[in-house]
Design a protein around this ligand. Sequence first.
Ligand code: ATP
Ligand code: MG
Length: 361
Amino acid sequence: MWLAELRLRDFRNYASLDVAFGEGVTILQGPNAQGKSNLLESIYTVAMGRSPRAGTDAELVRFGQERAYARVAVQGVRSHTLELAFDRVTGEKRIKVNGIVAQRAQLLGRMAVVLAGPLDDEVIRGAPGYRRRVLDAALSQVSPSYFFALTRYVRVVRQRNRLLREAVSASELVPWDEQLVELGAALGERRRRFVEALAPRARARHARIAGGSEELDIAYICSAGEGEERAALASALTARRGEELRRGTTLVGPHRDDLRLAVNGIDLRTFGSRGQQHTAALSLRLAEAEMLREDLGEWPVLLLDDVLADLDRTRQAFLLDEMAGPQVLLTHTGAPPDGGAPVRLLSVRAGMLVEDADVRA
Ligand code: ATP
Ligand code: MG
């Protein structure tokens, strides 16, 4: 699927923007602080119903204004319009799908997106929650039932934590334990299968970008331990009941799971060089896009923010070759890389877009 039109009103530093995009690769170029990342953020935000970075939705509203609005027209097997409006005064966020007010659950997957960029530093180096979010965002876009199970699971954990803090008796915890096992096992199993399919794809991408000298391993680390999900989770809960009551929090389940990323057997988070971490993050995102394509039957839109910055020009050109297939919107501060398929160039200047000729031609 591909993003055909984007409209922004008072979104970050965009007062008013209407732009049409084509399939293939579009490079958004310009100096720092012009609105390149903001543009990709706006697309991600309408597609997912929340910003990838904002602490509060209010940050999305252009300074001095009250209401931010973004609309996309997406084309593919099905065509949709998706809208998101946020009112800073009332705090209301409104999502519309094809003109009708909708919940996030009805939005996800209409325009599947994968965003790669500086925020991925946290995926490699940050807390486990960042890595879980990669899995949850991808799976929520391909499977409404995953999103529903995740939403319910989060509520069960919150409720169970409250009971643990109140130090209730074991019998009062039983119904919550059952739900935790039921939902947690389903989520864990789905994530593990996803990672098993993701890992070889990410490894192949990484090897190509790194010139064949590095082997990337990605594994799903289950907080309940090895074995069949339901049984492992149930026995881990029993084993750690005392500790949970002492600490007043649920210690096992998908909300405590993690991803392990290693290059040539060495943990990337602790020992990886910056270049290795960068390449692994990019490979992970490109593999995620492949996974979405297989599950949805069409490519997601690839939003690549500043991913060329740490690569030499040979690798930059090579990376563009890797991108045949999906629609790609790529931000870049420098001159466009050599080689690769023809690209469309748009200059971003202070919240406005200007068409550029492709000087490489
Ligand atoms: P870089 O090359 O440094 O990554 P960029 O072009 O990606 O730059 P953006 O991150 O998109 O730049 O930010 C552009 C500008 O948007 C920043 O100068 C920032 O101050 C401004 N900005 C951020 N939020 C808002 C907002 N709510 N209202 C108005 N301007 C904002
Ligand atoms: Mg930027």
